[in-house]
Design a protein around this ligand. Sequence first.
Ligand SMILES: Cc1ncc(COP(=O)(O)O)c(C=O)c1O
Length: 418
Amino acid sequence: MNAPLDKKIEQSFVTAPHFPIYMDYSATTPVDPRVADKMIPFLREQFGNPASRSHMYGWSAEAAIEEARGHVAALVGADPREIIWTSGATESNNLALKGAANFYKTKGKHIITVKTEHKAVLDTVRELERQGFEATYLEPQDNGLITIEQLAAAIRPDTILVSVMLVNNEIGVIQPIDAIGELCRSKGIIFHCDAAQATGKVHIDLEKTKCDLMTFTAHKTYGPKGVGALYVRRKPRIRLEAQMHGGGHERGLRSGTLPTHQIAGMGEAFRLAKIEMDAELVRVKALRDRLAKGLMEIEEVYINGDMEHRVPHNLNVSFNYVEGESLIMAIKDIAVSSGSACTSASLEPSYVLRALGRSDELAHSSIRFTIGRFTTEEDIDFTIDLLKSKVGKLRELSPLWDMYKDGIDISTIQWAAH
Ligand SMILES: Cc1ncc(COP(=O)(O)O)c(C=O)c1O
């Protein structure tokens, strides 16, 4: 099942003598060529260590880093001094959650998060539980969203930290972070938000939104992999316990020599996102609507997650009466994800779709289409035609589909146990 990667690539070339159409933008985005151009000088001439204070090499690297910090801050309405560089969203989530929990543990030991968060939050909270913290995992409604009433009901006198993501990586739904922020602030609780999937897709204004810690990563917004940032609010001031010790970089919060080329790339990616976001949202929404309309022409197709409170880049669809693995194999001409890419090594149905109340069968037969800056109308039309044809063919082989067509209610059948 888990063939080595070179074998998988080789096999995929056998069936598809070209790279498939990329529809997996939530796993990672291509690096925008303008971003790559911005990075190159820092790998060549301007290779200095930004912490070198005594010569031009260091100064020019430091200037690039501060410029990039300004671009990241500007996209989200923050002060540049509130941006701490990290290696990506996983590290930012770890620093935010472990850092805040440990700094404020004398105030209380209760943390609230949501069952549909990314593993970088869930596993970090689990680790904190092992260290003696207590956690509540909110169950989303069947549209993938939590309500403010649910959160209010879960808050206890010893709650110190709430972590709710902005945009879900599997279903693209947008959680109500303004209301969450208001509630947390009124109760004196720290609010962390994983916004890895949100930058360039949702307007973020941290001057207005009462969020204390926010996670970013470059590689979901046309920047390079391996670089991210954590927003740490200054007013009111949020304190963290550092998780990485060493040279005292980033005001002691995250030691380690800064990767200038990566950071310059993230800055450029976020600068472009700010300029181009509004036009891009309109274009991507038109593409997503075209895709949704085309796929809904197929019988027994269900969209997962709320369609209104959702980024236009995501369409997560369950194809009933089709075996998920067979479907993925049949549509190798497009690069998509079944559930989250981060968990696709396992064949477990997506925990996010399960949390929405989808049956294992429907969760298994779901495909996440995620599109973006370089997706074209031709890509969308190709995808619709491919899905129509392959779903039809797979259903021709399916006894369950025959039964459904004969009007038999499959849920009433008593299957023999093996
Ligand atoms: C919501 C969310 N959080 C965190 C991560 C991890 O990000 P990174 O790859 O930058 O560590 C991802 C990426 O899959 C994500 O989608």
